[in-house]
Ligand binder design. Structure first.
Ligand code: PAF
Length: 288
């Protein structure tokens, strides 16, 4: 089983010892962090496998960060499965898990400083979940400062999160490399997400319209952005259980909506409420 570390002091001691030991043995001292909120699934395992290729000292953090949940969001309902998570991490040979309490990460007496995302932080997921990205960036910054990894690994499924983390690291001159791992999907196409466990069978079936819509958009991207959007809408809007929040094509460099005559690489983002569960997905497109 991985060693579960609950405090920042303990983590720093363990990290120091592990680095010293690895250096003494002439081994790899590259530290890789996989930040998670737990409820681990095959998508997380893909991140962890990639992390193990990138360095020997792999830390997985498991922390359901209250700061990135708004009032009335699913903080209480967010799945917490620490025992099962540890079993899964043991099977992957992960040596260390950092699982702090909220009090450890945000001591009551201090801790008012926040990272504020730029304008893209208020679009798409940020429009639906005000403050979400400030909370996410704040905890990511803290985790990076605590673990001091060489590389941090994130999933492409949270494309806007990846964009904002990369922007934060560039803007604040943080020397941590970001590794982005492709989205893992069920055979149905549904992108793996911890929130999928909230879907009943009918909702799960309906939710496949999101990935089907994105795939259809990829096929029609050669006819331009409008055709790609129409193709995705045709499948997503046909599902009565899927309430579309946004479907947008963004420029990969700015993450802003593309101009209607734009040609080149782009990313299509979708978010919808299926039953009571908010799901997101995205794919790359080449618009011709
Ligand atoms: O993607 C997630 O699970 C979270 O947003 C992260 C990066 C662990 C920060 O809490």
């Amino acid at each position: 089983m991985p060693e579960v570390i609950g405090t920042i002091d303990e983590l720093r001691n363990r990290l120091g010892e592990t680095r010293d030991k690895a250096a003494m043995l002439g081994g790899d001292t590259r530290v890789v962090l996989v930040p998670t909120m737990g409820a681990l699934h095959a998508g997380h395992m893909a991140l962890i496998r990639r992390a193990r290729q990138l360095g020997d000292i792999v830390f997985v953090s498991i922390f359901v960060n209250p700061l990135q949940f708004g009032v009335g969001e699913d903080l209480d309902r967010y799945p917490r499965t620490l025992e099962a998570d540890l079993q899964a991490l043991a099977a992957e040979g992960v040596p260390f898990v950092f699982a702090p309490t909220a009090r450890e990460m945000y001591p009551a007496s201090t801790n008012d400083t926040r990272v504020v995302a730029g304008p893209v932080g208020s679009l798409y997921e940020g429009a639906a979940r005000p403050g979400h990205f400030d909370g996410m960036l704040t905890v990511v910054a803290k985790l990076l400062n605590i673990v001091t990894p060489d590389t941090a690994v994130f999933g492409q499924k949270d494309a806007q999160q990846v964009f904002l983390v990369q922007s934060m690291l560039a803007d604040l001159n943080v020397r941590v490399a970001v590794e982005v791992v492709p989205t893992v999907r069920e055979a149905s196409g549904l992108a793996l997400s911890s929130r999928n466990s909230n879907l009943d069978p009918a909702e799960r079936e309906a939710a496949t319209a999101l990935s089907a819509g994105l795939t259809s958009a990829q096929l029609d991207a050669a006819q331009g952005a409008a055709a790609a959007l129409d193709a995705a809408h045709a499948l997503i809007d046909a599902q009565p259980l899927v309430k579309l929040d946004y479907l947008v094509v963004v420029h990969p460099q700015t993450f802003l909506p593309i101009e209607s005559d734009y040609r080149g690489p782009a990313r299509m983002l979708v978010a919808a409420i299926v039953g009571t569960t908010r799901l997101i997905d995205n794919v790359s497109l080449t618009l011709a």
